[in-house]
Ligand binder design. Structure first.
Ligand code: 2DT
Ligand code: MG
Length: 181
């Protein structure tokens, strides 16, 4: 985000990333309660946001009810972030901190794990709000799979998750906070 030179009154954009079944959802809710207890105004968000029209197309793809070209679904995931951008910006400006379960990095990691070109994957993300903090929940794909609870959605397969883990490794830089599980 342009305004990373924060004024006191701006909320923080905190993104949690990781493989399926890495524990993101519970860490997001722990962080939410913690920040709420400290008196911050904070909301929990997630991508994909399956409630919009675009989100419903994504959900139908993930639940295997529809087939889409890999590039097309990649762009839908990105469009799903773009359609929330202005709301996100106004929340942050009004001093609400957003804890976001998956963001652009999921978009790039999952699509490049399918073999799509990395730079092509990154391109539609340019101009979205930049997170203030990215937390990566680092769990081995085997351990995540052993935790159980893959729900039969597309991508929830050990062999594919191994490729996603490698993509995340490529994206991870030293601004990310890595939590090892
Ligand atoms: P959840 O399991 O968190 O509902 O995600 N995904 C997600 C992508 O491929 N691209 C994206 O841009 C995003 C945000 C990760 C459903 C799956 O969607 C994948 C898992
Ligand atoms: Mg999932």
């Amino acid at each position: 985000m342009e305004s990373n030179n924060k004024s006191d009154s701006r909320g923080a954009l905190i993104v949690l990333e990781g493989l399926d079944r890495c524990g993101k959802t519970s860490q997001c809710s722990r962080l939410l309660s913690y920040l709420e207890e400290l008196g911050h105004s904070v909301e929990s968000w997630r991508f994909p946001d399956r409630n919009t029209g675009v989100g419903q197309m994504i959900s139908s793809y993930l639940t295997q009810k529809s087939q889409l070209d890999d590039h097309a679904i990649h762009l839908l995931f990105s469009a799903n972030r773009w359609e929330k951008r202005s709301l996100m910006e106004s929340k942050l400006r009004s001093n609400t901190t957003l804890i976001v379960d998956r963001y652009s990095f999921s978009g790039v990691a999952f699509s490049s794990a399918k073999g799509l070109d990395l730079d092509w994957c990154k391109a539609p993300e340019a101009g979205l709000l930049a997170p203030d903090l990215v937390v990566y929940l680092d769990i081995s794909p085997e351990k995540a799979a052993e935790r159980g609870g893959y729900g039969g959605e597309r991508y929830e397969q050990l062999e594919f998750q191994k490729k996603v883990a490698l993509s995340y490794q490529m994206l991870c830089d030293d601004t990310w906070k890595v939590m090892i599980f």
